[in-house]
Design a protein around this ligand. Structure first.
Ligand code: URA
Length: 212
């Protein structure tokens, strides 16, 4: 697994306000959206492109556009939805697949409760969105879901990670070739006994959408 921690003052600034418990839900959503747009810049560094020729008003030249099949963006419900718009702003022609996962708050095991994905993901570049890499179980399960459908190029984008989650994800996807990429805004100190990232930002889904 290749890990890229985006080290940029704008990301650190926005993350600080995102973490702050005084930040209200509308501001939290906007900050998450802006952060993803910045992280998407790093995460799409290896997006596949095809050369093509154009004419400017001054003369012919060649450029590139996104290759076909188009990338697939996969937000993990529920909190990953808060990252979708920011990602689609950068990849407007991408397709979107959905995976619903919930973790058991006692065992911290992830189970799938919904999915809407193409059956065949051969040759698709996939970008998996989940704001919090905590235990690593949810992302690992999502990656295997995509690999089972033939995906061979997977990038996970998270806002925050716990070191324990990175280690577990690395172990659980060690057999995935080529190795997945992980792009994140920051690596925090640790996980607490309830599986929350410390200092983290609390429950990302609740802060985005309220406690339901
Ligand atoms: N999920 C969250 O929303 N927050 C955490 O800190 C860990 C998992």
């Amino acid at each position: 697994m290749r890990v890229h921690v985006a080290d940029h003052p704008l990301i650190a600034h926005k993350l600080t306000y995102l973490r702050d418990k005084r930040t209200d839900t509308p501001t939290f959503r906007r900050l998450a959206d802006e952060l993803v747009t910045l992280l998407a810049y790093e995460a799409t560094r290896e997006v596949r492109v095809t050369p093509f020729d154009i004419e400017t008003p001054v003369g012919p030249t060649s450029g590139i556009h996104l290759a076909t099949p188009k990338p697939l963006v996969v937000p993990i419900l529920r909190a990953g939805l808060g990252m979708l718009d920011g990602m689609m702003r950068m990849l407007p022609t991408a397709e979107v697949g959905f995976v619903g996962m919930v973790r058991n708050e006692k065992t911290l095991e992830a189970t799938t409760y919904a999915n809407r994905l193409p059956d065949d993901l051969a040759n698709r570049q996939c970008y998996v969105l989940d704001p919090m890499l905590a235990t690593g179980g949810t992302l690992a399960a999502a990656v295997h879901y995509l690999v089972d459908r033939g995906a061979d190029d997977i990038t996970a984008i998270t806002l925050l990670c716990a070191p324990e989650g990175i280690a577990l994800l690395e172990e659980k996807v060690a057999d995935v070739q080529p190795p997945i990429r992980l792009v994140t805004g920051a690596v925090d100190e640790r996980l607490n006994d309830q599986g929350y990232i410390v200092p983290g930002l609390g429950d990302a889904g609740d802060r985005l959408y309220g406690v339901v």
